[in-house]
Ligand binder design. Sequence first.
Ligand code: NAG
Ligand code: NAG
Ligand code: NAG
Ligand code: NAG
Length: 467
Amino acid sequence: MERNISLVSLLCFIIFNGCLVFEADAVKSQRSEKLKLIHRHSPELGHNPGTTLGPPKNSEERLKQLVQSDKARLHAIKRRLGVVGKANDWVEFPFRSAADMGIGQYFVSLRMGTPAKTFTLLVDTGSCLTWFKCKYMCVDCSSVEEGQRYFYPNQSRSFKSIPCSSQECKTIDKASTLVTCPHPNAPCYYDYSYLDGLNVGGSYFNETVKFRFSNGQKKGLEMTMGCTDGLNQKNRFKTVDGILALGLNPLSFAVKAAHEFGGKFSFCLENHWIIKSESSYLVFGAEDQVPNMQFTDLLTEESKMTSLYPIKVTGISVNGTMLDIPSYVWDMTDRGAGGMIVDSGTTVTHLVEQAFEKVIAAFEPSLSMYNKTKGNLDYCFNAPPDGEFDETRVPRVALHFEGGAKLEPAVNGYIFDDSKGVKCLGFTRLAWPQMNIMGNLLMQNHLWEFDLANKKVGFARSKCMLD
Ligand SMILES: *[C@@H]1O[C@H](CO)[C@@H](O)[C@H](O)[C@H]1NC(C)=O
Ligand SMILES: *[C@@H]1O[C@H](CO)[C@@H](O)[C@H](O)[C@H]1NC(C)=O
Ligand SMILES: *[C@@H]1O[C@H](CO)[C@@H](O)[C@H](O)[C@H]1NC(C)=O
Ligand SMILES: *[C@@H]1O[C@H](CO)[C@@H](O)[C@H](O)[C@H]1NC(C)=O
């Protein structure tokens, strides 16, 4: 079978024009279950030799892995915007897991099929196709890898193949759908080529995903997803059964589920650095009303380029003083210069140089008592061990958004341990012109709500209690 491999079909492109149309009266308000999010460094994943899953040996290793993964993701984002030249400038560090491709940092379990089976997926707020390792009309269905979980369509009564001859096939996702159609009832094939040569190939299908509401009620939702039977680098996905795509695109699981459940989805991220028992979660639908939630506009026009979640920053303040950062830095352009995206798949917050230098300059007076040193991030310093490090002397950073919303992250969202006795400031410098990215550490201890129906992003301080 000819696979129309194209490097640019990375993850998913926005090629739809009329996306995200929610009719207010079509939105059913219904609550859904909280799906537990597990960070990839969580002890719950156990030790997985040869991968970057489970707890790292020490904090230096932890930060190193996260920084590597951020680099991969940043590159993937730039690639998607078409601002990166050669394909080769990419392979600069060894890959060990899916997350090292910058796909995501959190895992979630979902129930799918009839009878329902549970699958563990890597969550990605940047991609659009949700796919599973799967065996369907494959050349060699009997070749299974030990310890791998597959979705077997022939064991589910609710499985529906999407024929390659259908109109649906032509419109699912033009960037990745293949023209191959050996006979009218053959499935609709896709091929995603990731930057470093990873291919995800298979066929689209419809299947019922099971949701359980907090009141005990159950609901199945028919979703269009991918049955991946072609993975050219299988070991990258050893510990997951696929990807759950939460990108801002009509094909995305998040967009469809949100449409069904109150027009929104949210997630709450606990501090994965210090909390050992995870309580981060993902919710489709309306969470309980959270007091003090602040909102800013979700820039859906701008998101069409990337399927990511852009919001408008108006400034950064340190200890209440607004920094003198040129405003164009926060304006998103179609070439990926400026603007800010909220991205749970990135760990550290990335700021373009004009903003980064001002933030560092504002921190420096308070950190000058510590000697600067080399570490995994751009600004690291020698600090006494945790117990003796005086967090109260660390300036308070706040991000200000259009409409007046103000995010005041906890200090541990922007000062992390590197190696023993070394701490780093959790901001990374990006050369202009690039896009600013808010990473998950800055987002933690907050509930983030993505109200797609009303095109708003909200956040409120939260302990992220699972129940
Ligand atoms: C489903 O397909 C798999 C792979 O082709 C096969 O091993 C299995 O026996 C089939 N199961 C049923 C219930 O047909
Ligand atoms: C698949 O599901 C979508 C809704 O998500 C629906 O529009 C489409 O008709 C379904 N296709 C098939 C072949 O069942
Ligand atoms: C900083 O470096 C100076 C000179 O190398 C050294 O004397 C001092 O003890 C260091 N201070 C700390 C807090 O590490
Ligand atoms: C910020 O506030 C902290 C705590 O109040 C203080 O120790 C620090 O010196 C201040 N830093 C700046 C740059 O104003």
